[in-house]
Every structure is written in C-alpha cells, then in structure tokens.
Design a protein around this ligand. Structure first.
Ligand code: GDP
Length: 138
C-alpha cells in the first residue's frame, strides 16, 4: 500500500553539492516526490524536530549541525516507503552502511550523514506535520 515518509537532505550533503545526485537515487528507487522545499532552520527548530534525542550526548552538536546551512525537506511516497527509504539510506554510521547506500556514497561521518528518513509510521506523521502544512502536500 502506498505510504508517505519524510526525509531531509542534510546540510553537509547540500554544502558538498550532492543534492541532485541524492534526489536521483531517491527517484531511481521509485519514490514519488510529493513535496520539496529548501530551508535554513534555526537551532530551536532542530531541537523541536529531534526532541526524542534530547537526552543523547550528541544532541547539542546535532542541532547545531542541522542549523549550519540550508537543507532540503522532502515528503516521499511509494509502497513500503518508510522501510525502503531506511534501506536506501544505509546505517546511521556511513562506515557501516551497505555498498550502494546513500550514506555510503555521500556521507562523511556518523553525525554529518547526508540524509534523514523517518523510522516508523508515527514518526513519519509527526515529522511531515512538523515541517509541512496540509496545503503543501496536495
Ligand atoms: P538515524 O535514524 O539513522 O538518522 O539515526 P538516529 O535517529 O539514531 O540519530 C539521529 C541523527 O543523530 C543521526 O542521523 C546522526 O546525524 C546523529 N547521530 C546519531 N548517532 C550519533 C552519534 O553517536 N554521534 C553523533 N555525533 N551524532 C549521532
């Protein structure tokens, strides 16, 4: 069944000029681009987005990184979108990502790992609603 997921092309990938190549990988994997916008986010906005990670030792660095430059916010759609995007991204640490995964090809470190993808149904609903208004998703 068709499912939506949320993704971010993170500031490292945008800085490194990988936006087009990452979008091509996403499209090649069969995702429909429901919505896309380029945005520079504040530390406060990043903290709200990553609130589930507030207790983690890397939280402050992660939020500063996410606010360090423009990023792309994406809503994607296909059958099994959430699990398929996780597979396409590869492991959080690019050193552990499978050959061919986006993080293997385009990421430099466990923090600056090129792409975000929702990890479940509830997370996807929260994340899409956090960044997009309903009228942007028609
Ligand atoms: P994801 O689902 O693969 O994005 O990983 P998590 O939800 O566990 O973590 C969210 C984000 O926090 C990751 O994508 C990384 O950017 C960052 N992160 C995760 N683990 C670490 C870590 O051990 N150190 C640092 N510096 N950043 C991390």
């Amino acid at each position: 069944m068709s499912q939506r997921t949320f993704s971010i092309i993170k500031p490292d990938a945008v800085r490194n000029g990988y936006t087009g190549a990452i979008l091509a990988e996403i499209q090649k994997a069969g995702f429909r681009l429901v919505s896309i916008k380029k945005q520079s986010i504040s530390v406060k906005q990043a903290e709200g987005f990553y609130a589930v990670h507030a207790a983690r030792p890397f939280f402050k660095d992660l939020c500063a990184f996410m606010a360090s430059g423009p990023l792309y916010l994406l809503v994607l759609e296909k059958d099994n979108a959430i699990a398929d995007l996780c597979k396409l991204m590869g492991a959080t640490n690019p050193a552990n990502a499978d050959e061919g995964a986006i993080r293997k090809k385009f990421a430099g470190s466990i923090q600056e790992n090129a792409i975000h993808g929702s990890d479940g149904d509830e997370t996807a609903a929260f994340e899409i609603g956090y960044w997009f208004a309903g009228y942007e998703l028609v």
